[in-house]
Structure formats: structure tokens, C-alpha cells
Write a protein that binds this ligand. Structure first.
Ligand code: 7TS
Length: 410
């Protein structure tokens, strides 16, 4: 099998991967959908900033502040290019996907939604794309509708079409790639249909941006949120992309320093984009780290990363199918790099514990997607999720561990 890149060269950049779980047992990290690991290039970029040019941004005219501001704004330009946004003002630094979605709900939502309106989301969302809308619906009185899932873990697109046709939909908010099923939703088609019905669309890109090339203009989405920590960047940093026309007309969310133009005791005026939505001292080191992560991913090539992950996920699906009593959820083909499963005779938490004893890190639980698990009448699953540095041998280690656990405890 010819691989798109030399994975051992990639692994050499990630110091955390070169440790043993316990004496004689290598660490196999398959919990990347929860958070990925960092290469030296990202760690060094942050450490350089702290060692050589830490100062606040957009404030001082002294040398260190200017250097910090330049690095912070360069990170924004790198992200703009990475997701192919038309303007750098459309790239807002947030703390992550959760904050990006909340920002849209509390600013665009509060200003534009009224009783009788409908917001459409789906049954496969992460709680981060359900709960903010539920809180707002309670306050405003609009109705939240959910596109149901078919048995194979894809969206019921007939029902999506019906909702757009029959109901006064103002916003569609949908996950790009499911963190449990791996389903990749047809967001370009969904955006086209939403716009034709007079609605906007927000896409939760937490599980897509790290794994595939993204072009927000080609997708023609209005908002797009993602997190740094799932794409080899630091925690505490993420991006909300929004079309300039929407961001300009939206009221600010958090008030404070940097987001204002003028302040008097009588009232305040707002700063230009993107600063209108970046109140207070931002996560400077984390933004610089995100810029370094974007450099790393770009140099390797998102198309190659996607191709590699497709190979490893296909291999994992084939090998998991060999394990008796194991059931994988989600579509067979065209999925992201996650495999959530149940295993006859084992509670997911027990299984994750037993796998950890073998050095294999996976996640168990509802993965912040309880309605999705309700849909399939299960409380929890065990999930192995893969990233650019995982190897076919690590998939083999997962399978061997599963077979051993079944032999010993099944
Ligand atoms: N949306 C999706 C699809 C996610 O997978 C996650 C995190 C979020 C939103 C929230 O991202 P955050 O960075 O703001 O926390 N998903 C998971 C997971 O699957 N396991 O742990 C976190």
C-alpha cells in the first residue's frame, strides 16, 4: 500500500507519542476526536513568543507589543488562507467551536429570531450545537427542529427539504462531520437549499477542518466554527468565520477593551471587524500556535492528510469488522476518521478501561451527542479516532487488544 507521506517522519515531530504507556507497553493514542497532539513546531512557536516577545497586542507601540501584534495578526492571515475566506476581517479568534456557535446564537440569533421562527439543526449534533439554541429558544420563543437520521447514520434529506419548504426557517445549523458516526454531511448542498429558502447556515467544522481541505467560499456557508486543539494547535483558541455582511450587521457579544471605538458615560461605539468580536486580551500564544499548526498542516497538504486518513479509516473499518460481536455505527463509506462501536458483553466505560490497560487510548461515553445515541437506542459507545500521525500498526494494536479482552473477559 503506497501511503501519501512518510508517517514516521511526521511522528518524529510529536514528542508525546514517543513514550511508553507503562513499562514495555507502547502508547497508542486513538482519542484524536477529543483532542489531538502537538508537534514541536507548534510548541516552539508558543515558547518563542513567551521567551522572546511576549506583550499585549493592539496596545503598545513598543517593540515587543508590535512583534506580538504582528505574529497574532499573521496567524489570522494564515487561517484566512487555510479556509479560503475572502477577507481577513471574517476570521474571528474565539476559544473554540463552542464559543463560536454561542457567539452566533447570542448576537445574530438575538437580533434576528422572533417567536414563530424556526431554527433547523440535526439529531447528530454535538451538544455545543444544540444547547445554545435551546437556551435562546427559551428566551426568544422560536422553534427548534431536528433533521432525523436514517439507519445508516446519514441525514434524512427528504425531511430537510420538507422543513425548508413548509416552515419559516431562518437558520440551519449543522455539523460538517459527526464526532461519533463519522458521517460527512453535504453542507454545500444544504447551504444552497437553505439560501433558496431564505435561511442562513452555520456549520460546525470541529471534526472537518482538521481532516480535509476546507473552502468556505466554495461551500458558501454564512458561519463556520472550529477549534484549534483538534488540529494540532493549542487549547483555548478557535475560529469563527462569518461572511462580512453578517458580521457587520450583528451586535457585539462580549463588551470590554479592544472591541470599542469610543466610550463615554453616555454610550459606546464599536470597533471595526474583526475586533468588534474580540473583547479583552486574547489568547495570544495560542493564536500564534494555531498559525504554526496551519503552517504545518499546509506544508504536509490537507489533501494528503485526508487521503491518508481515508486509508487508515478504511483499514480500521475492515479490521474491526473481523472482531466477533462488534458493531460499528455510521455509514460504511465516505466517513471521517472516527469509528464508534459497541462490543457485545462489555459496557463502553469498562472496555475503554481494559483497552487503556493495553496502552490503547480511546474514549467511551455519549461523546456529548446524547440525542444521537438515543436515536440508536444506546447509552454510550466506545470510539477510536485517528489522525495524521496514527499508523496501520496502531490499528492492529487496537484489534489485538480487543481480541485479547474478549478472550479473557468475554
Ligand atoms: N462540535 C463537534 C462536532 C465536536 O466534536 C466538538 C468536540 C465540539 C463541537 C466542541 O468543541 P470544543 O473545542 O469547543 O470543545 N468534541 C469532542 C469529542 O468528540 N470528544 O471530546 C470533545
Amino acid at each position: 500500500m503506497k501511503l501519501p507521506y512518510d508517517v514516521e517522519m511526521i511522528r518524529a515531530d510529536f514528542p508525546i507519542l514517543h513514550q511508553e504507556h507503562s513499562p514495555g507497553i507502547p502508547l497508542v493514542f486513538l482519542d484524536n476526536a477529543a483532542s489531538s497532539q502537538r508537534p514541536n513546531q507548534v510548541i516552539d512557536a508558543m515558547s518563542d513568543y513567551y521567551r522572546k516577545y511576549h506583550a499585549n497586542v493592539h496596545r503598545g507601540i513598543h517593540k515587543l507589543s508590535e512583534a506580538a501584534t504582528t505574529a497574532y495578526e499573521n496567524a489570522r492571515l494564515k487561517v484566512q488562507k487555510f479556509i479560503h475566506a475572502a477577507h481577513h476581517e471574517e476570521v474571528i479568534f474565539t476559544r473554540g467551536t463552542t464559543e463560536g456557535i454561542n457567539l452566533v446564537a447570542y448576537t445574530w440569533g438575538r437580533a434576528n429570531l422572533k417567536p414563530g421562527d424556526v431554527v433547523v439543526t440535526t439529531q447528530m449534533e454535538h451538544h455545543a450545537n444544540i444547547v445554545p439554541w435551546q437556551i435562546l429558544a427559551e428566551q426568544v420563543g422560536f422553534t427548534l427542529r431536528f433533521v432525523p437520521l436514517l439507519e445508516d447514520g446519514t441525514l434524512d434529506m427528504d425531511e430537510y427539504d420538507r422543513l425548508l419548504r413548509d416552515e419559516p426557517v431562518k437558520m440551519v445549523t449543522v455539523v460538517h462531520c459527526s464526532n461519533v458516526l463519522g458521517t460527512v454531511n453535504p453542507v454545500a448542498e444544504m447551504a444552497r437549499k437553505a439560501h433558496a429558502a431564505g435561511a442562513l447556515i452555520l456549520v460546525d467544522g470541529a471534526q472537518s477542518v482538521p481532516h480535509m481541505p476546507i473552502d468556505v467560499q466554495a461551500l458558501d456557508v454564512d458561519f463556520f466554527a472550529f477549534s484549534g486543539h483538534k488540529m494540532i494547535a493549542p487549547t483555548g483558541i478557535g475560529i469563527l468565520y462569518g461572511k462580512r455582511e453578517h458580521l457587520e450587521s450583528m451586535p457585539p457579544w462580549l463588551g470590554g477593551g479592544d472591541m470599542i471605538n469610543t466610550v463615554s458615560l453616555e454610550g459606546s461605539t464599536w470597533n471595526d471587524l474583526p475586533y468588534k468580536f474580540e473583547a479583552g486580551t486574547p489568547s495570544i500564544a495560542e493564536a500564534i500556535g494555531l498559525g504554526a499548526a496551519v503552517d504545518y498542516l499546509t506544508a504536509l497538504g490537507m489533501d494528503k492528510i485526508h487521503q491518508y486518513e481515508q486509508m487508515i479509516t478504511t483499514y480500521a473499518m475492515e479490521r474491526l469488522a473481523e472482531v466477533p460481536g462488534l458493531k460499528i455505527y455510521g455509514p460504511e463509506k465516505g466517513r471521517g476518521a472516527v469509528t464508534a462501536f459497541s462490543f457485545d458483553g462489555f459496557f463502553p466505560h469498562d472496555l475503554a478501561q481494559l483497552l487503556d490497560n493495553e496502552g490503547v487510548a480511546v474514549r467511551s461515553g455519549h461523546h456529548c451527542a446524547q440525542p444521537l445515541h438515543d436515536r440508536f437506542c444506546i447509552a454510550a459507545t466506545t470510539r477510536a479516532s485517528y489522525y495524521l500521525y496514527n499508523t496501520m500498526q496502531e490499528v492492529d494494536a487496537l484489534i489485538e487488544a480487543l481480541l485479547k479482552i474478549k478472550r479473557l473477559f468475554g
